[in-house]
Design a protein around this ligand. Structure first.
Ligand code: ADP
Ligand code: ASP
Ligand code: MG
Length: 404
């Protein structure tokens, strides 16, 4: 008898009918002779609704209370699914994050799982029950409720699969697998039969919302067999594994994109040895996440520095820089909004020079100006104007022959 962790996302549990459909899917898995642990998200767009409710009360809601609020979404689904399973004659029990023993670091809104005490779940499995766990939430050592960041139910599922040494973790969602790019925006996107942990991790980190990046990290670190598949169609999904079998000999495997990027420029930095470290230490101390960084020196001996951030962090970033102007020693600040990042990913790039050059050529041929660039062994990212984002994705997807 095996142990399978199944995760169902928001759309897949978006209505009573869908929850009944999920119950049938869980039942089928038990009928194959497996023990099943199910992780669910909040129904449909209910997390978004909770966020807007909070915004109607306060422009900057208290982070602890925000977690208290958002964690209720998943609690609705676990109870309903448990009722549905009981109705179908299965013995099921629902657990919130803390009942499931999911311990996180003491950070509100984006906590990492630090430990899982699996005893309570194991006891229920041994008693022959299907255990349904609320995704996206945990508890600190001090008993405070935390959430794992938007999309974090995937991470609950994979972390549980790792801790329970499950045979497999199936992520059921509203697409049939991981595609070469987001199929909602690009018609020609093609489903991949398999993809490596490393490539999936890059795609997830670069904006492909189909999997939470930390879920892929857990899967890679604990070698969890992971499959992304449809909760509505009974078709094969995409396997995420150590070494993906290449379906085609393609250097680029996927295109990811992300909007709401802002470029901040710090002009006239007194080019002392320490100014770079001071700026980024100050930003990090204020939990401000910086992505691409570019520095250039001017003839006058000062330096100009540009870096990209999420647009939501702009006001706070400017405030931190202005509050520390004396220490940091610069002339002027500048910010450019409405930017986006488009990235190509593929582990074949390591041994194929010229991929970045080809990407720049394609963007130039489409009259798309590149504002910033960053590369790693298996990806190239370009920051472009937001209005060019989807055009850039389409052009790259076609030129690297990723389509059907
Ligand atoms: P869930 O609620 O099931 O967690 P999400 O909305 O978080 O679902 O993730 C599924 C969505 O991810 C899809 O509807 C799709 O629009 C988006 N997506 C982005 N990039 C990709 C990709 N490369 N392959 C498949 N889906 C993608
Ligand atoms: N309900 C949470 C969200 O909407 C977590 C998840 O769905 O994974 O972000
Ligand atoms: Mg998701």
């Amino acid at each position: 008898m095996g142990l399978i962790v199944q995760k169902f996302g928001g759309t897949s549990v978006g209505s009573p009918e869908r929850i009944l459909n999920v119950a049938a899917c869980v039942k089928e898995e038990t009928e194959r002779g497996n023990n099943v642990v199910v992780v669910v998200s909040a129904m449909g767009k209910s997390t978004d609704h909770l966020v807007s409710l909070a915004k109607e009360i306060s422009a900057q809601p208290n982070k602890r209370e925000m977690d208290m609020l958002l964690s209720t979404g998943e609690q609705v689904t676990i109870s309903l699914l448990s009722m549905a399973l009981n109705q179908q004659g299965l013995n099921a029990v629902s657990f919130t994050g803390w009942q499931a023993g999911i311990v996180t670091e003491p950070v509100h809104g984006n906590a990492r799982i630090s430990n899982i005490n699996t005893e309570a779940i194991q006891t229920q499995i041994a008693a022959g029950k299907v255990v349904i766990v609320a995704g996206f939430q945990g508890i600190t050592e001090d008993g405070e409720i935390t959430t794992l960041g938007r999309g974090g139910s995937d991470t609950t599922a994979v972390a549980l699969a790792a801790a329970l040494k499950a045979d497999k973790c199936d992520i059921y969602t509203d697409v049939t697998g991981v595609f070469t790019t987001d199929p909602r925006y690009v018609k020609a996107a093609r489903k991949l039969l398999s993809i490596s942990y490393d490539e999936m991790l890059e795609l997830a980190n670069l904006g492909a919302g189909v999997l939470h990046p930390r879920a892929v990290e857990f899967a890679k670190n604990y070698q969890v067999r992971l499959e992304v598949r449809s909760s509505m169609e009974k078709t094969e999904g995409t396997i995420i594994e150590g070494e993906a079998t290449m379906e085609q000999n393609l250097v680029v495997r996927g295109v990811a994109f992300e909007d709401e990027i802002t470029r901040v420029t710090v002009l006239g930095l007194t080019n002392s040895l320490t100014s770079l470290s001071t700026i980024f230490t100050t930003l990090a101390e204020n939990h401000l996440n910086v992505d691409i960084i570019i520095q250039s020196t001017t003839e006058g001996g000062t330096a100009n520095l540009s870096f990209s951030i999420h647009t939501n962090d702009l006001l706070e970033t400017l405030k931190v820089l202005e509050d520390n102007k004396e220490v940091l020693g610069y002339d002027q600040l500048d910010a450019e909004n409405k930017l986006a990042k488009v990235s190509i990913v593929g582990s074949g790039m390591v041994s194929n020079p010229g991929v970045a050059a080809k990407m720049f050529e394609i963007l130039a041929a489409n009259n798309i100006q590149i504002k910033m660039v960053s590369t790693s062994e298996i990806k190239v990212s370009a920051v472009v104007e937001e209005k060019h984002m989807l055009g850039a994705v389409e052009a790259l997807h076609a030129a690297f022959e990723l389509g059907e």
